[in-house]
Ligand binder design. Sequence first.
Ligand code: APR
Ligand code: PHB
Length: 397
Amino acid sequence: MQTQVAIIGAGPAGLMLAHLLHLAGIESVVLEARSREYVESRVRAGVLEQGTVNLLNTTGLGERMRRVGLLHHGIELAFAGKRHRIDMQALTGDAVTVYAQHEVVKDLIQARTLSGGEIIFDAANVGIHGIDGNSPVVRFEKDGSLQELHCTYIAGCDGFHGICRPSVPKGVLTTYERIYPFAWLGILADAAPSQDELVYMNHDRGFALFSMRSPKVTRLYLQCDPDDDIKNWSDDRIWDELLLRFRCKDGWLPNVGKITQKSITPMRSFVTEPMQYGRLFLAGDAVHIVPPTGAKGMNLAVADVRVLAQALAENFETGSKTLLDRYSEICLRRIWKAQRFSWWMTSILHKFPEANPFDQRRQMAELDYVTSSQVASQSLAENYVGLPMDVPDRWSN
Ligand code: APR
Ligand code: PHB
């Protein structure tokens, strides 16, 4: 098999890259370790920055998102039992859209299928070879037989546990990492959201987040121990804890309903630099992870491949490598700002086991400041709706 770009991983990064390349007239093949059903139902986060929404719209993927996505003009930060609204629309002119990541993945797979593009699901033992030469090759097994995919470039979009990042020779990449002393327990519940904006709650017992998926489904998270096991959390225990943490002085609470999904996710900040080596370009969770408090994960993955698609298109169209050589540098500048924001949101909202009374008072002062100062809330809002892309591209509107 032969293609122009071999894409490893059918998450938002890999699928969006395939879509943008297709629009630019560039051929690619997507290789995915899991089944279509698995990637289409994997429960993940679901906040789309304005720029991500615009990209889905301008590239013909926005129909279902516009119909069932939930437009949010503000968020709430709650502490000391009181809720405070950050009016993102008034502060920035922009908003975010709540639309689950696996719905974006479904839309991308459908677009790929309609355009006749290839996605090979259930690809086993994927390995990448020759990335430092001129003719890289991907070897994998499909239905028990060994296959080879020859290509000009490889895009490593295979997430944090993928094989692409570890295929770069030792000593080339530098990793920057912080592991947090807590995790998030997340649930989906058959309960109508009791209000229509997100609530980020700082509570003495730990952080909690109120979100939603539809007019009938609430999404909730609570800070838990990183070594905790979901088996320790009966549905009753989860609701007891959520209702304790969310109880506000004005009496607001989430509605309770049947829990249909629950899981625990560890929290880390992680960046690997550079994002390219030879003919391999890494994107999305394969090179950076943010704690979910800033709602940036999927948006960063999409932003990376937007730069990569533009750079690959320029290279295939004109032979120029100018943008391709700068891929990593362009992306990292914005990624680090999203890292900073995600770390900061995490630091003001969570209970840190090592925090002393000074740290606790300082955290309250920070929340008080950010919710009472117009410039401080504007800074939060500007980051939350998404910083501009550093280099305009053919999909900018
Ligand atoms: N071969 C082929 N595919 C692989 C391999 C492999 N060896 N290893 C992993 N994959 C696949 C995974 O099954 C997954 O479908 O790569 C895909 C990576 O997708 P994501 O993990 O969704 O990563 P990405 O596309 O970068 O999107 C980032 O996902 O984890 C969230 O919060 C994160 O929202 C962010 C988004
Ligand atoms: C979600 O709805 O899953 C969600 C929302 C906001 C976040 C993280 C996750 O910061």
